[in-house]
Design a protein around this ligand. Sequence first.
Ligand code: IPE
Ligand code: IPE
Ligand code: MG
Length: 245
Amino acid sequence: MAKASKNIAEQNLTAPEHVAIIMDGNGRWAKKRFLPRTAGHVQGSRTAEQICEDAYDLGIKYLTIYAFSTENWARPESEVSALMDLLRKYMKDSIERSSKNNMRVRVIGDISRLDDDLRKSILRLEEATKNNTGLNFQVAINYGGRDEIVRAVRTICEEAVSGKLSPQQIDEELISSHLDTCGIPYPDLLIRTSGEYRTSNFLPWQLAYSEFYFTDVLWPDFNKEELKKAIEYYNSRDRRFGGVK
Ligand code: IPE
Ligand code: IPE
Ligand code: MG
């Protein structure tokens, strides 16, 4: 069995401020066990809950997870509705859990396409946790990076047409402030599980200078030890941001 790694402080590691995760491999995890794909999603949602605790414990301040992409509507209707039910349950259970662990929850993505009741519980949860000062937890639902940019451009154009804004005022900061992640620092580290090496339309603007960590571990098997490995990897990187060191 692998030896448990020393804790972050003992190893003198710096925790990234913001970690983004593409939680992938739920279906393959279930398939390996001859279970329906939805069983993988149930287990995956438990992993997501646990990883919030672990991330905060390791010193991470912002955690953003990809729960449902704008492309995931292409899945069979039964799987989409099982995923929506899990999100529904998550939003309800989270009100109590977040008041205990002081977590602030925000949803990014276009929630206008979601069922009314789910949208309402999202807004209720965001409102109930907005003053919490623990982990800042972002859940991406019906999120697509291209769609996010389209929506931002549309709003900026509306502001320009109405005279609130002149084209000369459009700079990186202004665009950033029109994205769903307004006010949230860019991710320092992106983790993708299940051995896929792509970003699948997740945070294209925000990940422009992030470090990327890929692991073969399937999302339902991901845990604190695996998160520590990602942080170790992050600490081994030399972030030059175009300069020289
Ligand atoms: C990720 O697991 C969860 C979501 C996309 C909601 P997958 O369902 O993509 O699992 P695989 O990739 O089929 O194994
Ligand atoms: C990305 O995973 C989306 C989420 C994790 C929510 P997918 O499994 O949908 O990505 P692709 O289709 O393999 O790129
Ligand atoms: Mg997948």
